[in-house]
Design a protein around this ligand. Sequence first.
Ligand code: BMX
Ligand code: ZN
Length: 318
Amino acid sequence: MRDALTVIGIDIGGTRVKAALVDEAGKVLASGQTATPASVDRVRSELAAMLNDLQKDRPRVMAVGIGCKGIIDAASTEVLTLPGTLHHLEGQRLAELVSGALPPGCPITADNDARVAMAGERVWGAARNCEDALLLTLGTGVGGAVLSGGRILQGAKGIAGHIGHLTVDSDGADCICGNRGCLETVFSARAIESEAYAAVHRGMASKLVGCGATPSCEQVFACARNGDPVARRIVERATKVLGAAIAGLLFVIDPEVVILSGQIVESLDILLDRLRSEVEWRTKPLLRRTVRLVKSELVDPSGVLGAAALAQTLLARQ
Ligand code: BMX
Ligand code: ZN
């Protein structure tokens, strides 16, 4: 009998590092997480502790997949560009950070977090049986991945799919990437929170004031859901721009489905119909069809399942 294809998926995020032991049906057998450490050495030691825990008295791990924000060289697992709070990982090979805590020779693969999410949707989620799909992760930033003709696009230098940095306002706010007016400066948890902060400090009459000086993105959506007009306008304006950006991308990519994942998606429920109609009126005359816009179908939204799917894909290629 062949060995069970048990793998580990790791998600390195801005606030938390998560890992899970996953079987080949996508079932999570064990999982762990920790606050993202602020130095490379601590990332290594905390990951080692987590991986040791996951492997205790469990089937042998056959492969490991890692998702991380930023520009990741999938071939070497090196973090090429990572501005912001995880900057200390730039120049590190993610495989080297974890190999000491794994069986000798265990294959390790890594990619950008949004592409990893697409790998998960492809194997176990909303892009099953799909050859062409677009995925956006709506979180602190906006990540993106494009499945085209059955392949997740990498581009010439591994940057393809960074939809968060699509310019939607040629003279808009400065972005962490050095450009201005990127999609994630308008629609992202960070962008929505700064709009709410500005509204509070302008002294607007709004339920947002009751959330403290810096309302969280969840609080902004909650106020919008409770009918607060200021919060509602903030999320409506951002959603309209997101819809316009997705509409443009449909003409470029011509996908069968658009998948939305990430922490904001649950909150977006109140605006999902509006987002769909924004995309539809802009695209239907040319496309002559309605492209499905759906929420992620992965049970575990944390990214570890996508990373596990990436590891399974690696095993399938061997
Ligand atoms: C940013 C970009 C992407 C990432 C996306 C989602 C950086 C640092 N990050 O657009 O690589 O996929 O955010 O990241 O360039 P998250 O922070 O929302 O998970
Ligand atoms: Zn940008």
